[in-house]
Every structure is written in C-alpha cells, then in structure tokens.
Write a protein that binds this ligand. Structure first.
Ligand code: ZN
Length: 261
C-alpha cells in the first residue's frame, strides 16, 4: 500500500467542518480521536510552516514514519494567546500514526504545546473544540472520553490514557475535565441577552427605577426611550407575575394568566 503523502494544508478552525464535508464520507475505520502535544517545538518556539516541515522531516527521518498524525493545531507565530490554525498533514480518510496499538481506528491531533509546562491557552482549546466538533459532525465520533483499550469504544482519548503510552500527551498540565468542559462550552447555544443589560448613565436613574432596583425587579438602570420602555415593561410584567407564581398562556389568540405548577 502506498503511504499517504504530506499535504500541509492550513485552515482556520471554523473551516475544518467544510473541508471534511468536501472529502465526502468519513472512513469506516474511524472510531476514536487521540489528543497529543508536540512538547518541542512548543507554542512559543513554533515558526509556522517551516516548523511543521521540520517536524515532518523528524517524523520521516528520525522515527522512520511513512504516515503522520492527520491534524496539527498550532498558533500563528507571535499570537499564541489569540490565533490558532489547523494544518492537515495527511488525508484524514487514511489511517495515520500517533498511538501504538491504536493507529488503525484513531485519528490523531497534535497540539503545538508543551503541556507539561502550561495548560492549553484558551485560543488553542477553542481551535481544538472546532476540530473535534467538525470530526463529530463528519464521522459521528462523540465528543466524550472513551477507553482506548476497548476496540469497539468510540470517542476521544489522551495519548497518556493508554497504559503503554510512556508519554504525558497532551501534557500533565492539561486535564480531561478542563478540555471536555471547554469543548462543550464552545458548542452550547448562547442565551439571548436581556435588553435590560443596556449600560446607562448612573445619574439618570429616577426615583421609580431606584425603587424597582431595590425591589429586585430591575438589575440596573434602564434607558428611557419609547422602544426600550416597552421591552422594560414586558420584562417587569413577567418578573412580577413570576414572583406571584403566575405565567402567561397564549390560548385562542388571547392572553390568559395561568398558575405555574
Ligand atoms: Zn502523543
């Protein structure tokens, strides 16, 4: 079998989903996703494509690999706190290399990071969240931990979760809880902010607003424009009704007050 070739395609994290969808169906071998760190070069030593090609030469020459971890997540040099990118190192439809005993059913993600020294920067874990979510949408691999010793298990794992790993990947400072919480937080729909959160000049609070704030019905001053006042009135009504255990039910095109269970 011919080994997959080096691709080196650079993507914004948000574009990984579209890239995978364009490849067509996910391969049937893909059941797990393994997470790694490069250790060296770390996120501050990384120079971009030149570093990537250096790593690939190391993988080919020193380690004798003819396959690669499929994806590398790396900072834009000098922008470690803000901007991370995704490199497609080899075709994700081909099995790669990264975890002894788990290469034929796992896709491998390298994070350019020394995770023994520092946890993943927020921008790194956010990029990673885009990637695992894109892989979930493409292949169905759930964004949950799995046991990497169980062949049939589907999900994510840290390289170090394998008993024979001999590695700390993705670093001792990187915890399962923190990573999964960040992955899930990135993809939960944000709540619509209440219009009441408009910042307003403190001096403009009139006596009535001060009373509403004291009564706990209003959390901060509200601007007095007509449109804003209609919104404010609706919010106050809903909060007042809620306080006396009532809600509004739309039935037969009529507003009707109902007792809340
Ligand atoms: Zn590893």
């Amino acid at each position: 079998m011919v080994a997959p070739r080096y691709l080196g395609i650079e993507l914004a994290p948000a574009d990984v989903g579209g890239y995978l969808a364009d490849l067509g169906e996910a391969p049937s071998w893909l059941r797990k996703i393994s997470l790694h760190h490069t250790w060296a070069p770390d996120e501050y030593q990384w120079t971009g494509r030149r570093s990537l090609e250096g790593i690939v030469r190391y993988w080919n020459g020193e380690l004798g690999w003819t396959r690669y971890p499929q994806l590398v997540i790396a900072p834009v040099p000098g922008d470690v706190e803000l901007d991370w990118r995704v490199f497609v190192v080899q075709d994700p439809r081909e099995w790669g290399i990264g975890v002894r005993g788990r290469n034929r059913d796992s896709l491998h993600i390298e994070h350019v990071l020394n995770g023994d020294k520092r946890a993943m920067p927020a921008a790194c874990v956010r990029a990673s969240a885009f990637v695992v979510e894109a892989l979930r949408a493409w292949s169905g691999v759930p964004v949950e931990w799995c046991d990497p010793h169980v062949d049939a298990a589907r999900g994510l794992f840290f390289h170090r979760d394998r008993r024979d790993a001999g590695k700390t990947c993705p670093g001792t400072r990187v915890s399962h809880d923190a990573v999964l919480a960040a992955y899930h937080a990135e993809h939960e729909p944000e709540e619509e902010p209440m219009p009441i959160d408009v910042v307003h000049d403190q001096a403009a609070i009139d006596a009535a607003q001060a009373k509403l704030i004291a009564a706990g019905l209003l959390t901060r001053p509200h601007p007095g424009s007509e449109a804003a006042s209609v919104g404010l009135l609706m919010i106050l009504c809903a909060r007042l009704l809620d306080q006396v255990g009532l809600g509004v039910d739309l039935e037969q095109y009529e507003l009707r007050l109902v007792k809340k269970p």
